[in-house]
Design a protein around this ligand. Structure first.
Ligand code: PNS
Length: 186
């Protein structure tokens, strides 16, 4: 009998956990989730309370990131938005996922991702990390650059969903109607 203890979550079918800060979610992340749904029955978007990179301070609280992600994925019932604290492998171990999913934009991502995937595999040999290449349209998009552009009044529509663009403007106390173009048309 497969009995789960309190706090463990069992999902039916092939499940992948897509972890990250998602501060905020971009179209690059959304594209990965949509493509992963062609392979997996369920994708758990696992929003980290804290990241391994101590220099990263989040703009949005975990609660805000969860709320935004649930809004973005409300039309996709096979996407579960959750959050986790502590070790990723401990969180994944409480689901029946065997795969950690990550997006790769460029070779510059590789070292960090290789280190993380290797560490996670050494912590739990039953888990594998699967990488998906980011869609070429979003190669230059990162949550960090989105925050920088938005904080300086640049337009991020087309790179993040409208609901997130609006929340960025509210965060940076920018007018909701007026925005500066950043050099190209979407
Ligand atoms: O989107 P990010 O910020 O690159 O995501 C990084 C994240 C949250 C996936 C990573 O920092 C993480 O898994 N943190 C949890 C702590 C952990 O398990 N560390 C061991 C792996 S090195």
């Amino acid at each position: 009998m497969n009995q789960k203890t309190k706090g463990e979550k069992e999902y039916i079918g092939r499940v992948a956990v897509y972890p990250g800060s998602f501060d905020p979610l971009t179209y690059g992340h959304i594209d990965i989730v949509e493509r992963a749904l062609e392979i997996f029955d369920k994708v758990i978007l696992a929003i980290a309370h804290a990241t391994s990179d101590a220099s990263k301070r989040s703009l949005f609280t975990v609660e805000e990131r969860i709320e935004m992600a649930r809004g973005v994925f409300e039309h996709l019932p096979n996407v579960i938005v959750d959050s986790f604290n502590g070790l990723l492998v401990d969180y994944v171990g409480k689901t029946n996922a065997k795969v950690i999913l990550r997006g790769l934009r460029a070779t510059s991502d590789f070292e960090y991702e290789f280190h993380m995937a290797s560490m996670n595999r050494s912590l739990n040999i039953h888990l594998d990390t699967m990488f998906m290449m980011t869609n070429k349209d979003y190669f230059f998009v990162s949550s960090r650059s989105i925050k920088e552009v938005a904080s300086l009044g640049g337009a991020v529509e087309g790179l993040v969903p409208n609901l997130i663009a609006r929340r960025l403007k509210e965060k940076f106390k920018l007018p909701l109607t007026k925005e500066k173009q950043i050099g190209w048309e979407y």
